[in-house]
Design a protein around this ligand. Structure first.
Ligand code: HEM
Length: 148
């Protein structure tokens, strides 16, 4: 058996040893994209995307924003409105932190509300509490509640 066969055998062995492939793999939620573009990305850009915060490719939750981190060929700090590719990237990045059925339990809002303990947030409480109007807009988007 060549190296590749050994590798496959090892992978299968490992997956069986670890209890088999996870049947409970859930696809990421897909909240409304057009609402993300019109209402959510502007909030995230304004409240999260400073260069020392999420306006950096080094953060797992990395965001593009006007005047800050941009996608080439847009130079960094460009003030040209975000391209659809940048908005789409912001959307898919945010989806990665929608990891609970209840909006306020998602990592996205847990961090922004800096819920105590391990879930505290390096950026502190960006939203003082869940009644912050912009936090409510994000929670409604996550819930799928929006005016037609
Ligand atoms: C509403 C706005 C914000 C949201 C939704 C948000 C969300 C998040 C999320 C999901 C994470 C975990 C993924 C990661 O490490 O990138 C995180 C971590 C972090 N954020 Fe934010 N953030 C916001 C604003 C800020 C701001 C303004 C700052 C800087 C002042 C900041 C600084 C950090 C730092 C340093 C971490 C890593 C440490 C940790 O895990 O807490 N964030 N944030």
């Amino acid at each position: 058996m060549n190296v590749c066969h050994w590798a496959v055998a090892a992978a299968v062995g490992l997956s069986v040893a670890c209890g088999g492939p996870s049947e409970s793999f859930e696809p990421l939620p897909e909240p409304d994209f057009s609402l993300f573009v019109s209402e959510i990305s502007p909030i995230l850009e304004a409240r999260c995307a400073d260069g020392g915060c999420h306006g950096s490719p080094l953060r797992p939750f990395a965001l593009y924003a006007v005047g800050r981190h941009r996608l080439a060929p847009q130079p960094t700090f460009s003030r040209v409105p975000l391209e659809m590719e940048e908005l789409s990237a912001n959307y898919h990045t945010a989806r990665g932190f929608i990891d609970a059925p209840s909006p306020l339990e998602t990592t996205l809002l847990h961090k922004a509300l800096s819920r105590g303990g391990e879930e505290a947030h390096g950026g502190g409480a960006v939203f003082q509490d869940a009644s912050d109007p912009e936090c409510e807009v994000i929670a409604r988007w996550l819930q799928g509640d929006h005016e037609p």
